[in-house]
Design a protein. Structure first.
Length: 163
């Protein structure tokens, strides 16, 4: 398998939406509760500063994606935010790391100075270890900041890294 990260295309939308909705349905990482349709997905991904996909260049299969966008406006507009989604059957293949690294490069290319994650769920140990290994700094803990799919509340940990 040879994973490359590239800008998404219209043809990628069905698989992207499938992967995104997988994460939403798991209810343990993304704040969204509404599933994307082809129409809402097209609009959602197009509205981002950049949307990248992780593709196996040998098979053209999409294994994951990320979205990059401003975290705020005006005087805080130099800070970006991102979300990452890796297909359940592709986890453990270091695709997330490739997505985060590409996202950091794209963030810098788009003029952002800081990449901030507002709500990394405390139980998302794999993501937290990856972010820390890549130099992200944990800002603390927000108790009960995320409502899990089963209704209980879990802590969230904001992170940031200068680009």
């Amino acid at each position: 398998m040879n994973i490359i990260i590239r800008k998404h295309t219209e043809d990628d939308l069905p698989r992207m939406i499938q992967i995104w909705n997988e994460i939403v349905e798991e209810g343990i990482a993304f704040p969204q509760e509404e599933l994307l349709t082809i129409e809402s997905g097209r609009e959602f991904f197009a509205s981002q500063t950049y949307t990248g996909v992780a593709v196996d260049s040998e098979t053209d299969r999409i294994h994951g994606l990320y979205i990059l966008h401003p975290n705020n406006i005006g005087r805080c507009g130099h800070i970006c935010n991102a979300s990452y989604a890796v297909a359940a059957d592709s986890r453990g293949l270091h695709i997330g790391e490739k997505l985060v690294k590409d996202c950091m490069a794209q963030g810098k290319m788009h003029g952002f100075k800081v990449l901030q994650f507002n709500a990394v769920v405390a139980t998302n140990i794999h993501a937290r270890h990856l972010y820390e290994r890549l130099g992200f700094v944990r800002l603390g803990t927000i108790p009960g900041g995320f409502r899990m799919e089963d209704g209980r509340y879990e802590d969230i940990c904001p992170y940031y890294r200068e680009l």
